[in-house]
Design a protein. Structure first.
Length: 299
């Protein structure tokens, strides 16, 4: 295995992460519509119509958003026909999170990744997002749709590393043999940082809320999340359960013995012995096909 510890220490990690993010940004920069919507939100005086009009300038994005809002993902009793109405029903920042989700899948799929099956990558990410949102609802977290986005994008840093460090990451994938915890540790040993930190830096470039950036940064180490410990714990649990499923496993094969970090139960105030993992996995499985058809379609 290539050893680059001599020039990839923790002291240099922030600069190296920035370099990687800069290198891939030309392919994965937020589209203009995301920038425009974010600016409108930050202005604090934009109406739902203003935001809806900005999004409507991207017909493909508009169509996917409306299909998603009217799907079983939300199960609203009445059909929502305009983006402006969706803003009113969902809230500005919740709809922005969905804009980010749809746009990020389109943008990050442009990365020339050859080390992993990109369809498997997005299935794992989507399954993690669905479980994270469902757990957020069970834990009565405000705005659980944001947890869907954190789960969906929790591994985007891996795509950047696969693109910028393909030979090293090929070695690390072989060593980890599909175990994400081992991969995380191997990245830290060889690079001085991990895909989670790169992912958080990318999320910051996309103007995701700080809590979601922190959830991505600490989804392997939720106890270390100072400001978003609950969110990080939920994404960690979501990813762990996704890896136990046939559809959402990172390694394409279910790993039913994938352990949960014990601190997660304390953070979420849940009892491991009472937690019905099979039911949680099954609920996400029921939601997966429709949501995947909306978000992961090539069109």
């Amino acid at each position: 295995m290539q050893n680059i510890e001599s020039h990839a220490t923790h002291d240099l990690a922030p600069d190296l992460i920035t370099e990687i993010v800069d290198d891939v940004s030309y392919l994965v920069s937020p589209p203009d519509v995301c920038v425009k919507v974010f600016d409108l939100i930050e202005s604090n005086d934009a109406s739902a119509r203003d935001i809806g009009d900005a999004i409507s300038h991207d017909p493909s994005l508009t169509a996917r958003l409306l299909r998603l809002v009217n799907s079983s993902f939300f199960n609203f009793p009445r059909r929502i026909d305009t983006v402006s109405r969706a803003v009113t029903v969902l809230g500005v920042r919740e709809l922005y999170s969905l804009v980010i989700a749809v746009s990020a899948i389109r943008s990050f799929s442009n990365l020339p990744v050859k080390l992993v099956n990109i369809d498997t990558f997005w299935r794992h990410s989507l399954y993690t997002g669905l479980i994270s949102r469902n757990l957020g609802r069970e834990c009565r977290i405000l705005h659980p749709e944001r947890l869907f986005v954190a789960g969906l994008l929790h591994d985007i840093g891996s795509l950047a590393l696969y693109t910028r460090q393909p030979e090293l990451m090929r070695d690390l994938l072989l060593v980890s043999d599909g175990d994400e915890a081992i991969l995380h540790q191997a990245e830290l040993a060889e690079l001085g940082f991990t895909h989670a930190e790169v992912g958080a830096a990318l999320a910051e470039r996309w103007n995701l809320p700080e809590a979601l950036c922190e959830a991505i940064r600490y989804h392997h180490l939720p106890a270390y999340a100072a400001e978003a410990r609950i969110e990080a714990a939920i994404v960690h649990l979501g990813e762990t359960l996704a890896n136990r499923s046939e559809i959402g496993a990172f390694a394409e094969t279910a790993a039913p013995e994938t352990p949960v970090d014990p601190v997660v139960w304390d953070i979420l105030e849940l009892r491991a012995e009472d937690f019905d993992a099979a039911a949680v996995i099954g609920e996400a499985g029921n939601q997966f096909t429709d949501t995947a058809g909306l978000l992961l379609a090539r069109a």
